[in-house]
Design a protein around this ligand. Structure first.
Ligand code: KG4
Ligand code: ZN
Length: 347
C-alpha cells in the first residue's frame, strides 16, 4: 500500500524573524520562508514589543507564501507546529495564537516545539549539512551555539537529550554581538565581525581564555577583557579601533573558535562519543566551521555535522521537522498549552 503523504507546517516567532516552513514525511523541505525584521538594527538589539507587532503583521503573509511556494493546498496540511519557547514572550504569543487558530480552523493537530530542541533536531532535515549526506547516528553530541544559548548536549534519541555543559553567563552569540557593538557594528554583529575577520591577523592581539571547569562555558570575562583593552588603547590613540579593526575581529573570532573546540574535545573524551553536530546561528561562522573540520581531518574517528547557514540561524524548517518527528510519535498538544520565555528542559 502506498504510504500516506504527510505535510507539516512549522511556525517560528521566538525572536525577530517571522519564519514559516512546510516539510513532508520524507523530511524534504518544500518551502522555507523567512521575513527578517530589519527595524531592530538601529536599536542595537531586538525590541520585543516591535518584534511582536511585526510578527502579527507578517505572519499571515508568511504562511500564505510558505503554502504557495510548497505547491500545496491548505487542506493538505496534516498538522501545525510552532515554537512554544524559549524566546521573547510577546513574539512567542503571536505565533502561538496564530498556530492555535490555524489548527482549530482546519481541525488538524497542534504540536508545540522547544526552540533549542528544534535547532538540535534540524540535523534530521534532508540535505541539511554542508559536509555530510547522512543523518548522525545516536548517540551524538550537539554544540548548540546561538544568541540565546550555549550548550553541549548529549542526544541519545529524538526526544532524549541531556545537557552536559552550558554557559554560566552570556551566550556565545551575545558575546559576538556585544563585542561587535563596541566596534560600532549594528545588530546582529556576529556576521559583521566575521566578515571583517577575513582580512585580519588573528595573532595580533591575545585575549585570555576563561578558566571554567568541566564542560561549562563563560563569555562575560572575554567581553569585559575586550572592553577594558580597547578603552585603555583608545585613551592613547582615539583611532585605535578604526586602525586595528580587522586584526581585533580576527583575534576575537579565533579565540572563540578555540574555546568552543576545546570544550567539545573535552566532551568527547568524557563521553567517548565521536559524532558531533553544530547548531544555532553562531555555527554559521566560517572560522568555527574551519576549526572543527580541520580537527575532523586529523582525527579519523571524529564525525562532524555542519548545517547549511539557512538551517543554522533561526528558521521554521527546524520547527517543522520537530513537528514531523512528534507527529510520527503521536505527540500532540491542546490549545491550552502555554508559551514560556526561559529555557527549562527538553521534553
Ligand atoms: O540561532 P540564532 O539565529 O537565534 C537564536 O536562537 O539566538 O542565532 C543568532 C546569533 C546572533 O548572536 C548572531 O550574531 C549569531 O547568531 N551569528 C553569528 C554568525 N551568524 C549569526 N555569529 C558569528 N558569526 C556568524 N557568521
Ligand atoms: Zn535560535
Amino acid at each position: 500500500m502506498k504510504k500516506k503523504s504527510i505535510v507539516i507546517l512549522g511556525i517560528e516567532t521566538s525572536c525577530d524573524d517571522t519564519a514559516v516552513s512546510v516539510i513532508n514525511r520524507d523530511r524534504n523541505v518544500l518551502s522555507n520562508i523567512i521575513l527578517h525584521q530589519k527595524i531592530h538594527e538601529k536599536y542595537g538589539g531586538v525590541v520585543p514589543e516591535l518584534a511582536a507587532r511585526l510578527h502579527d503583521k507578517y505572519l499571515t503573509k508568511a504562511v500564505n507564501m510558505a503554502i504557495s511556494s510548497a505547491k500545496i493546498k491548505k487542506n493538505q496540511i496534516d498538522a501545525v507546529s510552532f515554537t512554544l519557547g524559549p524566546g521573547l514572550i510577546g513574539p512567542l504569543l503571536v505565533g502561538a495564537s496564530f498556530a492555535k487558530s490555524f489548527s482549530m480552523g482546519l481541525k488538524i493537530p497542534l504540536i508545540s516545539v522547544n526552540h533549542v530542541q528544534a535547532h538540535i533536531l534540524s540535523q534530521f532535515i534532508k540535505k541539511v549539512n554542508i559536509n555530510k549526506n547522512s543523518y548522525p547516528k545516536f548517540p551524538f553530541l550537539c554544540l548548540m551555539i546561538s544568541g540565546g544559548h550555549t550548550q553541549i548536549v548529549k542526544v541519545s534519541d529524538f526526544f532524549k537529550m541531556d545537557i552536559l555543559g552550558s554557559t554560566l553567563d552570556d551566550s556565545v552569540g551575545d558575546a559576538f554581538d556585544k563585542i561587535a557593538r563596541m566596534f560600532g557594528f549594528s545588530y546582529p554583529g556576529g556576521p559583521k565581525l566575521e566578515s571583517f575577520s577575513k582580512r585580519g591577523n588573528y595573532k595580533r592581539f591575545i585575549f585570555s581564555k576563561p578558566l571554567v571547569k568541566g564542560l561549562d562555558f563563560s563569555f562575560s570575562g572575554l567581553k569585559s577583557h575586550v572592553l577594558q583593552f580597547i578603552k585603555n588603547k583608545s585613551k592613547k590613540n582615539p583611532y585605535f579601533i578604526e586602525n586595528n579593526l580587522y586584526d581585533l575581529c580576527a583575534s576575537i573570532q579565533r579565540i572563540i573558535a578555540e574555546i568552543l573546540l576545546e570544550k567539545v574535545k573535552a566532551a568527547i573524551s568524557d563521553t567517548g562519543i565521536f559524532r558531533v553536530s553544530l547548531a544555532g546561528g553562531v555555527s554559521a561562522n566560517s572560522e568555527i566551521i574551519r576549526h572543527f573540520l580541520v580537527f575532523e581531518k586529523q582525527n579519523k574517528k571524529w564525525e562532524i555535522f555542519i548545517p547549511k547557514k539557512k538551517y543554522a540561524t533561526d528558521n521554521a524548517a527546524m520547527i517543522a521537522i520537530t513537528g514531523l518527528l512528534k507527529y510520527e510519535k503521536n505527540i500532540f498538544d491542546s490549545v491550552n498549552v502555554c508559551s514560556y520565555s526561559k529555557f527549562q528542559r527538553f521534553y
